[in-house]
Design a protein around this ligand. Structure first.
Ligand code: UTP
Length: 296
């Protein structure tokens, strides 16, 4: 089954409270934490654009201003850099404002990821769309999102991204029970459970922050009661779609084997900064030399 229409819309939720990263996130969204020299959210926006998504909607919450400012022009700073003849830095800040246009919708209260996605209903309408979590970094060399879009177009359902984790870690994630699809590199998802207790998880396959969803998810989200943590969970709505057989039902998974960092988690954030910094031509080698010394 194909929908016949290319997917162009990306929803980027960035309205969470970021409690795991307090106090840094007291007055600033965690999506603005710098990873080397760009805020995490810029990597996510660039990934969406690289996958061919042209209509970006960010879900923002409290402290949203820095997010909007980052992707907007900053004439004062631009002319100061121009006067100094600092072309590289000027290009860097202009690049961030040329990634748009980005649309914004406010999630008045952080009622969960499912609720954040529901805030996109009016903008998205009746088309399949991608969701990229603003704190989840996927290596830019990877083509995960493009593959997920192809799978959505082929199946007509909803597509999630899965990684294999150590069984002891599964309770930090949504977890999927799957079977393989003959002749395909993607899997069928039969059920999903948000943050299962270790020992009760149906697999060691964890849901990460990329989704390509059938718009029927909106109707399901509207009927989804608050779940774990009193939040409206996207995982719960996807569970309904996974077991359903109505229009737009069916959930599939693409298993991702590349690099991914959760920048909302302090340790994973530090790993992201060090990994990406060590690959930078300007100072990567110096950093690695220093790290070797430091560790020894
Ligand atoms: P998290 O599960 O990381 O939750 O959200 P959180 O509240 O942001 O962070 P912690 O757990 O308190 O540290 C995953 C993604 O969903 C967004 C977040 O901004 C993040 O990109 N989100 C979450 C929303 O947009 N709204 C919500 O109500 C919850």
């Amino acid at each position: 089954m194909t929908t016949g229409k290319a997917i162009t819309k990306a929803v980027i939720p960035a309205a969470g409270l970021g409690t795991r990263f307090l106090p840094a996130t007291k007055a600033m969204p965690k999506e603005m934490l710098p990873v080397v020299d760009r805020p995490a959210i810029q990597y996510v926006v660039e990934e969406a654009i690289d996958a061919g998504l042209t209509d970006l909607l960010m879900i923002t919450g409290r402290n949203k201003r820095s997010l909007e400012d980052h992707f907007d022009r900053e004439p004062g700073l631009e002319s100061a850099l121009e006067k100094k003849g600092d072309k590289d830095r000027l290009a860097a800040i202009e690049h961030a404002s040329e990634l748009g246009p980005i649309h914004y919708v406010r999630q008045g209260e952080a009622k969960g990821l499912g609720h954040a996605v529901l805030c996109a209903k009016k903008h998205v309408g009746a088309e399949p769309f991608a969701v990229l979590l603003g704190d989840d970094l996927i290596d830019e060399a990877e083509t995960l999102l493009s593959r997920m879009i192809e799978v959505q177009e082929k199946t007509g359902g909803s597509v999630i991204a899965l990684i294999e984790v150590d069984p002891s870690q599964i309770s930090a994630y949504g977890c999927a029970d799957i079977t393989s699809v003959e002749g395909e590199d993607y899997v069928r998802v039969h059920s999903l459970v948000e943050k299962p207790a270790v020992g009760e998880a149906p697999s060691n396959l964890a849901v990460i922050g990329r989704y390509v969803l059938n718009p029927s998810v909106f109707g399901v989200l509207e009927a989804t009661e608050p779940g774990r943590g009193g939040e409206i969970q996207l995982t719960d709505a996807l569970q309904t779609l996974a077991v359903g057989d109505g229009e737009g039902a069916g959930v599939y998974g693409v298993i991702f084997k590349g690099r991914r960092f959760d920048t909302g988690d302090k340790l994973s954030y530090l790993k992201a900064v060090i990994t990406l910094a060590s690959e930078r031509v300007e100072f990567g080698e110096d950093l690695k030399t220093w790290l070797k010394d430091f560790v020894s």
